[in-house]
Design a protein around this ligand. Structure first.
Ligand code: FES
Length: 796
């Protein structure tokens, strides 16, 4: 791991108190980080100082012209600052009086009332009237879109909204139009917002310090609401959400700035996706198919029926497919049920062909189906981002924010290889648009340019498979690839230089090259087979020494919120929890010792059901093999967990063709769906806002999911459903809370050994979490912990 130099520190005085902060800090940063309140309006964490509102004015003592904007003034050694000197207070009062000349003062009906920075500051500074009386200017309200209203006469033109749209989100869909008293916020180029590049993330509303940008879906007062901090369930970036609710209804998602992997920022799904949770269409009741029709039944009856019928299908004729949107704890119990109760290793995740391909490619290259680095390294180390696959602004939106942020604030270089044309393509140094299935050739041609031009330091002991892979590159001469794909040769060459050098230009000393991170969204590609392209990316990272390096590596977004966690938890035919091989007798013995003593002798087995005396050692079938085995009649009973809803990532379409062949199909779902229509037994499941648990995101960050609302009707967290069936078969799964399941996972899975709920309450943990006593580094690279022999160049 790279050891970074400690930043230089400077010491100065605030209100007579000595404060030491890193050099380059602003006075406002220094004060806020030491709990000293300084009012501010146009300041927004993570964005550069704007210095327009001047509410943050403080006085630097002993200096002529000592009144400065604290958000823009840098701390100097020995400086003395007074935040509440008479001069500073007088200046802030004057500024507030100016704001009030035209501000609407409709506070009683403003939905920002109670959390408006202008309201707070006029109160704090006791500004009751403005001496600058004249008739107020006014303009009509504007509906920018279905979710955003703009109210001009409340706007203070602090430009937080336009800056966040440009500098963080990277779309520049709104702008400041006009100057002085006439200035207003408008959609870019005066267009309808729907026709701009707006992605409806709602961040303009989130950062507005007054009630100018408002949420059309919000209809409550902030003081009426309770808040629960939890993790978003809509993609595997793993954003922290502040869910505000009352009377069992979510009213809005608000933002905990500088918290979580998203630092408070969210996307459209994070901001408004709660409507998919509290939707009247949700599946609320269990059902059993009788006489060809699904009949609603009490949940207990459905669980009784599921247990009775499953008892006929032990061993290889049973399979389970886990939902990658369920929690770690639910998925751990499902695979435990498949192995310890049903005696089958036929357990995998419900996924698409391309999700399976990317998962396999990660495991083939790195030994783990996991990303190697943290997205957070964009803030500190990465010199170049290579973004490959479908539009990352849609598939992993908040990760795309950080690529954009790093380009603006750290001057990282971006390369995009995508068939989609989205905003990042136009801002990147290089955008390569491959033809269908052209990604592999282009990535391999980039590797050829790097090798041919010696843009690297040759590794003394390259990982296994280097020579066969090198030989395979003979077929990818850059000139030939440029001709066959229609991509300009110069773009391939430029991409190779930027990636190999970490965003630098060529120099004589490759040891000075910076790290480059690959962001892959190939798992979301529709059609084709992305396995060779994903492998080519891994080979590129290995070739350039970007594995095991902070700011390097490969981060693969696979879509569903807990795809990574469902793999970690053992929903994999060849892997027990924590990537311990099914065919490792010691690992099997360890899990058998923990799982098999749970049989309850008081329950008499029915229907010839046999209690397994050991864990199955027969190879299991993966998702695609399960589909084939259902088609040819080898698998007769399937427990299928899925989270059917409008924002999810789909499943292998062949499933729908083969499911009617099953003798028993149990579907656990959250909405009525084509899957539930085929089921013999339907079990209603809770969604992420309705349960406790944990998710593990695309860069291996384990985070706490918290109960916010009761699930509708009879719906239950998935782990309770599995427990209910297991208990009826005499297997004593009797956890009362998911924290108990996590205790067992941490005990049996070395990569989770330091994970516990008390620790997760304090913050997220990136696996491998090694010990209880040490806080792991957020920037830990998986490559540091990999034995070199687990890294491989793989020829597809
Ligand atoms: Fe400093 Fe606005 S917060 S000028």
């Amino acid at each position: 791991m790279v050891v970074k130099a400690e930043p230089k520190l400077v010491t100065f005085k605030v209100n007579g108190q000595d404060i030491t902060v890193p050099e380059g800090s602003t006075v406002l940063d220094a004060c806020l980080s030491h709990g000293i309140e300084v009012p501010n309006l146009c300041f927004q964490p993570m964005m550069r100082p704007w210095g327009s509102c001047r509410i943050c004015t403080v006085e630097i003592l002993g200096r002529r012209g000592g009144l400065v904007e604290s958000c823009a003034a840098q701390v100097r050694e020995g400086m003395e600052v007074a935040t509440h000197s008479p001069e500073a207070l007088k200046s802030r009062e004057f500024i507030l009086q100016m704001y009030l000349i035209d501000h609407a003062l409709d506070c009683p009906t403003c939905d920002k009332s109670g959390e408006c920075y202008l309201q707070d500051n006029t109160y704090l500074h006791n500004v009751q009237v403005s001496p600058y009386n004249r008739p107020k200017l006014a303009q009509p309200y504007e509906h920018f879109s279905d979710v955003i209203d703009y109210k001009w006469d409340r706007c203070i033109i602090c430009a937080r909204c336009t800056r966040v749209c440009d500098e963080v989100i990277g779309v520049t869909a709104i702008e400041v139009d006009g100057r002085g008293l006439e200035a207003s916020i408008t959609p870019a180029w005066g267009m309808n917002l729907r026709d701009t590049t707006c992605i409806s993330c709602g961040m303009c509303i989130a950062v507005c310090p007054v009630g100018a940008m408002t949420d059309r879906k919000f209809g409550a007062h902030p003081w009426e609401l309770d808040a629960t901090e939890t993790i978003c369930g809509f993609c595997d970036v793993g954003c922290t959400l502040n869910v505000e609710h009352n009377r069992g209804i979510v009213r809005r998602i608000s933002h905990l700035w500088e918290r979580g992997v998203n630092h408070g920022y969210t996307c459209e799904r994070g901001k408004w996706g709660y409507q998919f949770v509290q939707n009247p269409e949700r599946l609320e009741a269990a059902a059993i198919r009788r006489d060809g029709e699904l009949q609603t039944v009490p949940l207990d009856e459905a669980l009784d029926e599921a247990a009775a019928r499953l008892s006929h299908y032990q061993g290889q004729q049973f399979a389970a497919l886990a939902s990658p949107e369920n929690t770690n704890e639910s998925n751990y119990l499902l695979q435990q049920f498949a192995r310890a109760v049903m005696g089958s290793n036929n357990v995998d995740r419900t996924m698409t062909h391309n999700q399976a391909a990317v998962d396999r490619a990660l495991a083939d290259s790195f030994g783990f189906g996991a990303s190697t680095n943290s997205v957070q390294e964009m803030f500190t180390d990465t010199g170049c981002a290579l973004v490959v696959g479908p539009n990352i602004v849609e598939t992993a939106p908040v990760a795309s924010y950080w690529v954009n942020w790093a380009r603006l604030y750290r001057e990282t270089k971006d390369i995009v290889i995508s068939r989609d044309h989205f905003v990042m393509c136009d801002r990147a140094q290089v955008w390569i648009k491959p033809p269908e299935n052209g990604e592999t050739a282009i990535i391999n041609a980039i590797a050829r340019v790097i090798l041919d031009n010696k843009l690297l330091t040759p590794a003394e002991n390259p990982p296994a498979g280097f020579q066969p892979w090198l030989d395979s590159l003979e077929d990818f001469a850059p000139e030939d690839v440029a001709k066959s794909t229609g991509v300009p040769l110069a773009d391939i060459q430029r991409a190779a230089v930027l990636y190999a050098t970490g965003g630098h230009e060529i120099s004589d000393d490759p040891s000075g090259y910076g790290p480059s991170t690959i962001f892959s969204t190939l798992a979301s590609q529709i059609g084709g087979d992305v396995y060779p392209a994903e492998l080519a990316l891994h080979n590129l990272a290995l070739l350039t020494g970007n594995i095991g390096r902070a700011g390097g590596g490969v981060i693969a977004f696979r879509g569903p919120a807990n795809f990574q966690g469902s793999t970690d938890a053992g929903c994999h035919p060849a892997l027990l929890p924590g990537y311990q091989a099914r065919n490792d007798a010691d690992a099997r013995r360890k899990f058998a010792a923990a799982w098999l003593p749970r049989w309850n002798d008081a329950v008499v087995p029915q229907n010839g059901f046999k209690r397994p005396q050991s864990l199955p050692d027969a190879p299991g079938l993966g998702c695609e093999e399960i589909i084939e085995a259902i088609a040819d009649g080898r698998i007769k009973a399937l427990y299928l967990a899925f989270g059917s809803q409008p924002t999810n990532y789909g499943f292998d379409a062949r499933l729908l063709e083969v499911l009617p062949k099953l003798e028993l199909l149990i579907v656990e779902d959250i909405y009525p769906s084509p899957l539930t229509e085929l089921a013999h037994i339907v079990l209603p499941a809770a969604m992420f806002l309705e349960e406790d648990g944990s998710f593990t995101n695309a860069d291996r960050t384990v985070q706490r999911v918290r109960f916010t609302l009761p699930a509708p009707g009879a719906a239950q967290p998935a782990w309770r459903l599995i427990q209910g069936i297991a208990q009826r078969l005499g297997y004593n799964l009797d956890h009362r809370h998911p924290s108990q399941i996590m205790e067992e996972m941490a005990r049996l899975m070395p990569i989770y050994q330091g994970v516990s709920y008390p620790r997760l309450e304090r913050g997220s943990l990136e696996w491998p979490v090694k010990s209880f006593g040490t806080e792991p580094s957020l920037y830990l690279s998986l490559g540091d912990d990999l034995a070199p022999e687990s890294l491989k160049f793989v020829v597809s």
